[in-house]
Design a protein around this ligand. Structure first.
Ligand SMILES: NC(=O)c1ccc[n+]([C@@H]2O[C@H](COP(=O)([O-])OP(=O)(O)OC[C@H]3O[C@@H](n4cnc5c(N)ncnc54)[C@H](OP(=O)(O)O)[C@@H]3O)[C@@H](O)[C@H]2O)c1
Length: 324
């Protein structure tokens, strides 16, 4: 995997430690998806420690979410701060219901869209291969649904800096993405006979990087800071379905979930300079984006993928692009 195994990668995995999150989230409402385990759980623990008034844990398994809430609140000695809200990113109706619930909040200061899936098993969800549905389509749907509440928070509390942070990965550098040149790219990727599931997770993260860049280009950073974070290779439940090689790599090189989760907090604690940026090790590092993403073909692919995903989302919630 030459695109990932660079000197910088080994330095990050074995030597560098992202800064421990400091600062205050006092009075703020923070949403973190996929916070029942892994990086999301540890990020929610940090958010509670930093004084957030309300931390919403978006999970598909409410029982696991309640256990996480208990664990986070006990470890911080702050009962009643976390709320467990159900959402399944593989179901449009579930994400729509979640978005409607968010719209009723008095404020939303930051959202870390962390929930994600790595699997080698081909399945469809909402007509598209499940990894693409969860990591790309469902995640962008959620981002677009919660944008109005983030913007409204900025309007009502001008001293705040709402953030919309997407959790991506350096493995976006791995796949060749020739499918972008064809019509109906997402449909091609959802053809069971053609899908290369061994490289599907990295490809989903590449697609996520592309749509986040496009989204950030359309949102005013002075209203909502849109950025993306790469946590590095970390211990977590990710890869339960991803196969032996991933498991062995993690065993040798992974950071602890707590250390990785610091990079998620960095996403929402950073300033305007991170708008539209890729962050690694908690720092803005746009050179970490792949050569393809930064190339003129990458820019064309970005528009292509954005147009396809948003066409789907306009079908799901007509007029959703007006949320931007
Ligand atoms: N760990 C790493 O090395 C690494 C590296 C780079 C990037 N990342 C990214 O970090 C993020 C968090 O991953 P993690 O490593 O913490 O993995 P994890 O322990 O597997 O956590 C993933 C979370 O996403 C949730 N999720 C999966 N499918 C979902 C769905 N359809 N609807 C709602 N929630 C769903 C999981 O819920 P369940 O518990 O119910 O399955 C879980 O809470 C992901 O976006 C991943 O791509 C991880």
């Amino acid at each position: 995997m030459p695109g990932v195994f660079t000197a910088g990668f080994f330095y990050s995995q074995f030597i560098y430690r992202p800064a421990y999150p400091e600062g205050s989230l006092e009075g703020q409402t923070v949403l973190i998806t996929g916070a029942n385990v892994g990086l999301g759980l540890e990020a929610a623990r940090h958010a509670v420690r930093l004084g957030a008034s309300r931390v919403i844990i978006g999970v598909r398994n409410v029982k696991a979410g309640e256990e996480a809430k208990q664990d986070i609140e006990t470890s911080n000695n702050r009962p009643g701060v976390c709320e467990v809200w159900e959402v399944d990113l593989s179901s449009y109706s579930s994400v729509l219901a979640f978005g409607d619930r968010i719209s009723k909040l008095p404020r939303l200061d930051s959202a870390i869209l962390n929930a994600g899936l790595a699997t080698q098993n081909f399945e469809l969800a909402e007509g598209y291969e499940r990894t693409i549905t969860v990591n790309v389509i469902g995640t962008l749907l959620m981002g677009l649904l919660i944008l109005p509440k983030l913007k409204a928070t900025k309007a009502e509390y001008p001293e705040t800096h709402p953030h919309l942070t997407f959790v991506v990965s350096e493995v976006h550098r791995l796949p060749d993405f020739e499918e972008w040149k064809q019509d109906n790219t997402l449909q091609i990727l959802s053809d069971k006979d053609k899908a290369q599931m061994n490289i599907r997770y990295p490809l989903s993260k590449l697609l996520e990087v592309l749509v986040v860049l496009e989204l950030a280009g359309r949102v005013r950073g002075s209203e909502v800071i849109v950025n993306m974070v790469n946590p590095g290779l970390c211990h977590s439940q990710l890869g339960r379905e991803a196969g032996l090689i991933f498991g062995v790599m993690k065993l040798i090189m992974a950071r602890s979930t707590e250390v990785g989760s610091r990079t998620l907090l960095a996403g929402i604690l950073t300033g305007l300079e991170s708008h539209g940026s890729y962050m690694s090790d908690g720092l803005v590092e746009n050179t970490g984006l792949s050569t393809f993403v930064r190339s003129s073909d990458g820019v064309k692919a970005r528009t292509k993928v954005w147009n396809e995903v948003t066409a789907i989302l306009e079908g799901v919630r007509p007029g959703i692009l007006q949320n931007i």
